[in-house]
Design a protein around this ligand. Structure first.
Ligand code: PLP
Length: 379
């Protein structure tokens, strides 16, 4: 056998890759599994998006930075939705999903042994990518009592001399906590004071949220912060793989150095679809959110039945539920999976601070959510 690279020794297969194999096995045994686990939007993208893709008839390699119209559309979208002015020439880089951006940014800025601040709980990819590039994750705790915001006093007490990147993700997944003006200002100040690149991963700001914010809207942000965004959740286009990284031209240029050596541009038709999405009116987003709002009410009912508590002010594609005392996240998810054929995500996959929580996805039809309610009400 050939020995694997050191960079892989500490990296495990992605949780969902493993558990969905198990879920598929249960389905093939005939179990009527209802999947409330994964955040892949089940609703259709806007019809304008699909029509734009159908009309596209260009099949060659594309510009590494995306065609000018996609960058102009992203600039327009950021201007009208976040009041952020970006130069489409050099402050915007379209990506094939924001997930790949996490690797590109890490490859552009991290050397072996560098340290990276990562939210706990948080999206698992920040830590696995950090390990892939042989840097060291340093987890910072988020607590419900502090509305899942970083504790700056605790952060400043750390030895930050080796830290180069801090991942933040507001609105936050999995908790649905939203950012305040003060939070973004403090993050920029912190980044400047300690020479740390602040990366806000922002794919959820249009889901069940009336106040979308970008870190780039705050004074001095472009000196020390960049932002990832994505069409996956906003426009139900997760399989299309369209994301973006935004910020100061020098950061974007360094990320482009990595990306242009890894892929050969995004398919033209996908770019046309993305342009159509970015130029849609707000009405589309509202019609999407109306569906999620109804689903969320039902998921809250499920939580009530299970004696779980939740924050009605949280946003995003998930309900983050605190489980009753005496149960663990794994016990509860196993019970739901094996007794009721319902798959939900244990909070612990997002880090130790997810202990005592489970996560419900809203990416599932109302009828199926009602079926879950019926199943758990029978006992
Ligand atoms: C916090 C967070 N960041 C990034 C992503 C990746 O999104 P994309 O589809 O744009 O790669 C996800 C997807 O689940 C996410 O939850």
């Amino acid at each position: 056998m050939i020995e694997i690279a050191n960079r892989l020794k500490d990296v495990k297969e992605y949780y969902f890759s493993i558990i969905l194999r198990e879920v598929r096995a249960l389905i093939s045994e005939g179990k009527p599994i209802i999947n409330l686990g994964i955040g892949s939007p089940d609703l259709d993208p806007p019809k304008e998006v699909v029509n734009a893709l159908k009309k596209a008839d260009v099949h060659g390699y594309q510009n590494y930075q995306g065609i000018p119209q996609i960058r102009q559309s992203i600039a327009h979208f950021y201007d009208i939705n976040y009041t952020v002015v970006l130069n489409p020439e050099n402050e915007i880089l379209p990506l094939m999903g924001s997930k790949e951006g996490i690797l590109h940014i890490s490859m552009a800025y991290l050397n072996e042994g560098d340290e990276v601040l990562i939210p706990n709980p948080g999206y698992p990819t920040y830590a696995s990518v950090t390990k892939l590039v042989q840097a060291k994750p340093v987890f910072y705790d988020l607590d419900a009592g502090n509305n899942w915001q970083p504790d700056f006093k605790a952060l400043k007490s750390l030895n930050l001399s080796k830290v180069k990147i801090m991942w933040v993700n507001y609105p936050h997944m999995p908790t649905g906590a939203t950012p305040t003006n003060d939070l973004f200002k403090k993050l920029i100040e912190f980044g400047k004071e300690h020479n740390i690149l602040i990366v806000n991963d922002n794919p959820y700001s249009f889901i069940l949220n009336n106040d979308p914010k970008s870190i780039l809207a705050y004074k001095g942000a472009k000196d020390v912060a960049i932002e990832l965004n994505s069409l996956s959740k906003t426009f139900n286009m997760s399989g299309w793989r369209v994301g973006m990284v935004l910020g100061n031209a020098s950061y974007i240029n360094n990320i482009l150095k990595v990306k242009s050596n890894m892929d050969s541009g995004m398919y033209y038709g996908i770019q046309q679809g993305a342009i159509a999405a970015l130029n849609l009116s707000e009405n589309w987003l509202e019609s999407n959110n109306k569906i999620y709002r109804e689903r969320r009410k039902l998921v809250w009912e499920i939580c009530d039945k299970l004696k779980c508590t939740y924050d009605t002010k949280s946003t995003g594609l998930f309900v983050w539920a605190k489980i009753p005392v005496g149960k663990t996240s794994e016990l509860m998810t196993d019970e739901l999976l094996y007794e009721y054929d319902v798959f939900v995500t244990p909070g612990t996959i997002f880090g130790s601070k997810g202990k005592g929580y489970i996560r419900f996805s809203l990416c599932i039809d109302e009828l199926k959510i009602k079926e879950v309610l019926t199943r758990i009400s029978k006992n």
